[in-house]
Ligand binder design. Sequence first.
Ligand code: FBP
Length: 263
Amino acid sequence: MEKERFPGMKNNGKTVILAYDHGMEHGPSDFRGLPETADPERVFKLSTSEDVNILAVQKGLAENYYDCYSDKVKLLVKLNGTPSMKKDVPYSPKNCTVKRAVEIGADAVGYTVYPGSIAEEKMFEDFREVQENAREHGIPVVMWAYPRGNEIDDDTTPEVVSYGARIGLELGADMVKVKYTGSRGNMEEVTRITGDMDVVVSGGSRKEDKEFLEMLDKSLEAGCVGTAVGRNLWKRKDPEKMIKAIGDLLFREKTVEESMENF
Ligand code: FBP
């Protein structure tokens, strides 16, 4: 059976998810010194770039802003989230149902799971409900597969990342979003264990332009279908330049150097 293409995905099977759920996850620290990115309108406008395929936000932003953009970009509603100020137990509670997300216009939903947390059992049960509801509504679910907990010293080793990604496959995710493991070879360990499920690499904290694009390039070579990127876009003064460079890499087969020509 032919696999259904993820909403907004380009014909070459690659995708850019613009992630903007950080107001929940990290709060003001991500917006410090950047008043313009604290204004969601700017990021919603950014998402209408031809090189962004889908925008990932929490319910509140979707309810307030998406109406004006619904004909220009697909929507992924993130159904859970946890503020970084609460650090004791890695657990991300649900704050929106699949039904409500679909009412707002969601083409896909996203859910964070922290395998390895002492709250893992509850998160698996929460995810089960979301995954089954997503099936009923006929929309895909992306797992933010983020192993986390007292027994996980480093959440970027290939062992840890690929285990988390594989759990996404086992639990019925359509796509997993994972941290970068440091090299093409290490990322191949992740894509090797996930069958034909789509894997996207998380952008992570703000990096030097070249470092970020090389990370993306190696991830693509390893079989990832794209990226879910936030801070490396909207934490810049000129996010449009970086979106274009990402598009050059993903959709126009340019090299890292070529994609940086206009920087
Ligand atoms: P970035 O590209 O900015 O890393 O965004 C990806 C993301 O997964 C967001 O969706 C999420 O809010 C954040 O990173 C989670 O960060 P953390 O690793 O600190 O939990």
